[in-house]
Design a protein around this ligand. Structure first.
Ligand code: TXA
Ligand code: MG
Length: 353
């Protein structure tokens, strides 16, 4: 199958919408990561999304909507839940907050919900995406448009790399700005719970949800995952990432590590520009810039992980951990998964070389 590339011009969005209406798969940009779209009511198309991604079919999909009204038409909420949902939507939508809400029986197929009585709704903060949904005339399922297990795509090129030939089109809006997937809050339960940290932080949510639960529980292998990414391997780059303690002197750690690297080998270093500037000019370092702060680091993290996949000679990469505050909590959540929670230790490092 030829994978067509579309711009965000209105005529291109109409062409992409026509493909979606015909039951094809089209990847679309959002402010967080690129999503893989299919019409939510077309079971064959939705099955195709799981197939194209190689995603286990018991992991439910996000329902991407153009506005609050579109989401609300599928939900079945108590008056209290309605009030909370409306407050959250009017404050955070369009934006990087996904809401898990109870749905009307049969409103969405089992293919989308994995048989749950709830669904996750998201309204992206990108006008082109909301236009695409409006032109299509239906919500779109929108899991991240990567091969399952790979880092989420933050550029159309990443999507093309993973899914070319398997999907009908990609709408290209350039690199995404947030770079980490949306925050997911489950408001279907008595104590609303943050299932996945993202750019919308607990501090921002607490004024609306004072009893917000932020501790994640772990999902058993045979349970339907309540909290995304807990059951399946995520974000795995080919190189082993090693986290350097946020309190350690990163530059000193890299310098020391370099003394252990055999002359014919290289290591990866993902770091902020300030740190990269202080590193020795060594041909054994394959550096990737995370920009200047936690915002740019979040936007660039997944591209950085993919960068090393293109450099298979890099078998191990060092990256500094950050304090788990604000956006840092979402960033560290993804980084820990990507690193399999492995920290830099001299002994581990030497073994991996
Ligand atoms: O930023 C994002 O949310 C991106 C962009 C493309 O919109 N999408 C995204 O989708 O990250 P995905 O499918 O990779 O992650 C959505 C997560 C899944 O891991 C799934 O487990 C969870 O949402 N989810 C979906 N429906 C759910 C439900 N009813 N209850 C709990 N979790 C749910
Ligand atoms: Mg994903």
């Amino acid at each position: 199958m030829e994978t067509k590339l579309f711009s965000t011009h209105s005529s291109d969005l109409h062409a992409a919408a026509a493909l979606l209406r015909a039951g094809q798969l089209v990847a679309f940009p959002t402010e967080t990561v690129y999503g893989l779209g299919a019409i939510v009511t077309n079971d064959d198309a939705v099955a195709g999304v799981y197939r194209a991604k190689g995603r286990p079919s018991d992991n439910p999909l996000i329902v991407t909507v153009s506005d609050a009204e579109m989401a609300m038409s599928y939900t079945n909420l108590t008056p209290e839940q309605t009030q909370l949902a409306q407050q959250l939507m009017s404050h955070f939508w369009p934006g990087s907050l996904t809401l898990v809400m109870p749905i009307k029986t049969g409103a969405l197929s089992q293919q989308v919900t994995s048989g749950l009585a709830t669904a996750a709704f998201r309204c992206p903060n990108l006008k082109a995406t909301r236009d695409l949904i409006r032109f299509t005339g239906s919500p779109l399922v929108g899991p991240s448009a990567n091969t399952s297990g790979k880092p989420s795509p933050t550029t159309a090129e990443h999507v093309y790399h993973d899914l070319a030939g398997k999907i009908a089109g990609i709408v290209n809006a350039g690199p995404t700005t947030v770079g980490l997937e949306s925050s997911i809050v489950d408001i279907s339960v008595a104590t609303p719970s943050l299932l996945r940290p993202g750019a919308v932080t607990p501090t921002e949510l607490k004024p609306f949800i004072p009893n917000l639960q932020t501790e994640h529980h772990h999902v058993g292998l045979h349970e339907i995952p309540k909290a995304p990414g807990m059951k399946y391997k995520h974000y795995a780059p080919d190189a082993q990432l090693l986290l350097v303690d946020p309190t350690a002197d990163f530059v000193a750690v890299v310098q020391k590590a370099l003394t252990k690297v055999p002359g014919d080998q290289v290591i990866g270093v993902l770091a902020l520009d300030q740190q990269l500037a202080l590193l020795p000019d060594s041909s054994q370092l394959v550096a990737y810039s995370l920009g200047t702060d936690i915002t740019t680091a979040s936007a660039r993290l997944f591209a950085g992980l993919r960068y090393y996949d293109l450099h298979p000679q890099v078998r191990v990469a060092l990256i500094q951990a950050v304090p788990e505050e604000g956006l840092g909590a979402a960033y560290m959540n993804r980084l820990r998964k990507a690193a399999g929670n492995q920290s830099y230790q001299a002994a581990t490092f030497t073994q991996l070389l």
